[in-house]
Design a protein around this ligand. Structure first.
Ligand SMILES: Nc1nc2c(ncn2[C@@H]2O[C@H](COP(=O)(O)OP(=O)(O)OP(=O)(O)O)[C@@H](O)[C@H]2O)c(=O)[nH]1
Ligand SMILES: [Mg+2]
Length: 701
């Protein structure tokens, strides 16, 4: 077996390959990941049975040939797209896993285009080759249509519904299936006549693409001159072609038999870029100034970023970091910096800005799926697990104390699915806040909101599966039981029509009495106008000193609501007349009379409920615009217009939609947009709610 050393600690960036597996849920990423791990870790077997759906980034450092491959497995489920983004940040190249039975879905296409936008080198692993409706050639053709210059490096040998091996196009060799369980591959053999025919049918196109994309003029001249291309020379050009991010090798794979596994390692080693060739994210000082140039240099200033955080019951916080510059050494003091709010386009209260000089990294280790291996140091370009940096949260930067740095975080998805939760018991209640805070430090796609108005604790998550994950973690890790309840909408009341009313407080039966009468006119104002109080009393009917009392009574009652308990907005209240008593009138009496007047004026015909309406910006692929607009109409949305998005083939829809209709929009948008949609929402204003719905919401709240 190819192994560099035991602790998988590369000493130079050129010997590192950081590769992330991405693709649709169920495409076979984890099955492949586990097979790749088993192929390089002696004694490690693939699990019996199917892997569970992945919900978090997993990593494994695998020595292979002359390099160490840091392999990252990501979830395909859209609720966990934050993990995919962290994985892309940690990696220098992406392996798209595509099922031959299912083809390329829209979400995968979108992710591909995002990789395209940042020039990330990519390759494709095709899975499920033995499925009844699988067709390798058709899948390659689909990849070409969706991705561009996708060229198979090998063809699968499938017989009687099982994968038997593959035909390597460059070397014109055949590799038959091994014994299926870590026994390693069979030696290569020469193709038979039929196999040779298959190879020769596809080989020229591969050669031409590699030679053309790598811009190897010399080889091109020789090839065009009719010379047979030397596989070694072409292989050397492969990396240059892949590095352009315009040429994408495709390999057939089968996790169960190990077909394609060695070819993938070969591709990682000889075809994929090392971190030296990858771009480094923008680095600032914690104060936001320029940090200076950062290159993948082990002797440069330390710049490392936390891409995942977990908590181990025995060793505490474990941070998976990607080192961009410098060398991370155990027991070294570090500066920890996190300033998410500075970069986010939404509030991230649960990730308060923090800088700490009090941290010292503990022992380093290499990730190995669910295990770890001790590691000496982590040089620029490498990934390592760091213990004991207790203040480090996901996306934080580690740097040297005398040269503090802040890496611009990757694009964090905005969690837009609200769920209200409450602790099941008093003891759950006591632990809940701390537990949620810890989960939020690990998970940058979780937001917490204490809504004072509705008195609810609201979790903002990516979708239902994410909510389930958070609740399961609260229970399993923090022993906190919570129940989910419907999210209440905070409404407003307003007067829909002018009303004239009298408030009379007359209590004069014996002793010290109370006396105050005020005549009020209540009128609606335009949305957003707030509350106006006008005094039009003439002739001292209400003595001067009690006018402020009336105003106070009015404002207090409006703040409490007059009908359903929601604050009243956008009204003018005019005091037109009143009566006072020389002994029994008082400040309190006039406050009370004013409040009584408003309550009396309020009924189902005079008062209307207002609901929050949000400005919504939706981005989808062009062909989904029609269904998105139709869906918005069904949500009482008002479309203000559409425009082309910055990514070609995508459209931005601007609309206003009642907040009440948006509570499950992350899920619904996914289905109307085939997983290509994203949106943002911001409170715009309050507007009339249909009375029937208003009654329903008020009754539930
Ligand atoms: N027939 C066949 N089944 C496969 C193949 N690769 C994976 N599977 C099966 O497909 C199912 C899903 O595989 P996973 O590896 O969990 O898929 P994934 O891409 O990791 O899915 P997520 O974690 O949800 O993103 C499992 O039951 C695998 O055993 C393949 O090449 N052929
Ligand atoms: Mg998986």
């Amino acid at each position: 077996m190819n192994r560099v050393n035991d602790d998988a600690a590369p000493t130079s960036p050129a010997g590192i390959r950081n590769v992330v597996l991405v693709g649709a849920s169920g495409a076979g990423k984890t099955a492949l990941f586990e097979r790749l791990v088993a192929a390089r870790v002696p004694g490690r077997r693939v699990r019996d049975g199917d892997p569970p759906t992945t919900t978090a980034l997993a990593a494994a450092s695998l020595p292979s040939g002359s390099v160490v491959v840091n392999l990252l497995d990501t979830p395909g489920h859209p609720d966990f797209v934050g993990e995919v983004r962290a994985g892309l940040r940690a990696a220098d190249a992406a392996l798209f896993v595509v099922s031959a039975a299912d083809g390329v879905d829209e979400a995968t296409r979108l992710l591909w285009r995002e990789c395209d936008a940042v020039g990330m080198p990519r390759a494709v692993a095709v899975t499920r080759l033995e499925a009844a409706r699988a067709d390798y050639d058709a899948t390659v053709a689909a990849c070409r249509r969706a991705f561009g210059d996708a060229e198979p490096l090998a063809l699968p040998l499938v017989r009687d519904g099982s994968v038997r091996g593959l035909l390597a196009l460059l070397r014109r060799t055949v590799r038959d299936v091994g014994d299926g369980n870590g026994g390693g591959p069979q030696p290569d053999r020469a193709p038979d006549a039929h196999e040779a025919e298959l190879i020769d049918a596809q080989r020229p196109q591969l050669l031409e693409s590699v030679i053309e994309q790598s811009e190897d003029e010399e080889l091109l001249d020789r090839y065009l001159g009719g010379e047979e291309a030397d596989p070694d020379a072409v292989s050397a050009d492969l990396r240059a072609a892949v590095a352009t991010a315009r040429f994408f090798p495709v390999l057939p794979t089968h996790a169960a038999s190990g077909v394609g596994v060695e070819e993938l390692f070969e591709l990682f080693e000889h075809g994929f870029p090392s971190p030296v060739d990858a771009s480094v994210p923008t680095v600032y000082t914690p104060a936001g100034a320029a940090f200076g140039p950062v290159t993948c240099d082990p002797d440069g200033p330390l710049v490392a970023e936390v891409v995942r955080t977990t908590t181990d019951p025995f060793i505490g916080r474990l941070s998976l970091v990607r080192v961009f510059s410098g060398t991370l050494r155990p027991d070294e003091p570090v500066h920890v910096s996190g300033h998410l709010q500075h970069f986010a386009d939404h509030l991230v209260d649960e990730h308060a800005d923090h800088d700490s000089d009090d941290e010292r990294v503990g022992p380093l280790s290499s990730p190995l799926a669910d295990e770890t291996r001790p590691k000496g140091v982590a040089v620029a370009g490498d990934l390592a697990l760091v213990t004991k940096v207790s203040s480090a949260e996901t996306s934080d930067t580690l740097s040297r104390r005398d040269r503090p740095a802040l890496v611009e975080p990757w694009v964090l998805p905005n969690p837009l699915m609200p769920v209200a939760i409450h602790a099941r018991s008093k003891s759950d209640e006591d632990k809940l806040a701390a537990a949620l805070q810890r989960l939020a430090a690990e998970d940058v796609t979780l937001r917490l909101e204490h809504n004072a108005e509705t008195r609810q604790l609201v979790l903002w998550a990516m979708g239902p599966a994410h909510v389930d994950q958070v609740i399961a973690l609260l229970s399993s890790r923090h022993h906190v039981a919570v129940d989910v309840e419907p999210v209440r909408t905070s409404l407003r009341e307003t007067f829909a029509r002018p009303t004239t009313v009298q408030g009379r407080l007359v209590k004069q039966s014996g002793g010290h009495g109370q006396y105050a009468v005020c005549h009020l006119v209540v009128e609606p104002l335009e949305r957003g106008a707030g509350i106006e109080f006008v005094d039009k009393v003439v002739g001292g009917a209400v003595p001067r000193q009690y006018i402020p009392s009336v105003e106070k009574g009015v404002r207090n009652q409006l703040a409490k609501g007059v009908l359903a308990g929601y604050p009243v907005v956008d009204v003018r209240v005019t005091l037109t007349d009143g009566k006072a008593h020389s002994v029994d009138s008082s400040d309190m009496a006039f406050q009370t009379a004013a409040a009584m007047a408003l309550r009396e004026a309020a009924n189902d015909t005079t008062v209307a409920l207002l609901e929050p309406v949000d400005t919504v910006r939706i981005e989808v692929s062009d062909d989904a615009v029609g269904s998105v607009l139709a869906d918005l109409r069904g949500r009482r949305g008002q479309v203000h217009g559409t425009e082309p998005a910055s990514l070609p083939g995508r459209t931005v829809v601007h609309a206003e939609v009642p907040a009440h209709e948006l509570s499950r929009y992350p899920v619904d948008l996914r289905s109307v947009s085939h997983g290509t949609g994203s949106f943002t929402r911001d409170f715009a204003r309050y507007d009339y709610m249909p009375p029937a719905l208003a009654r329903e919401v008020a009754a539930a709240g």
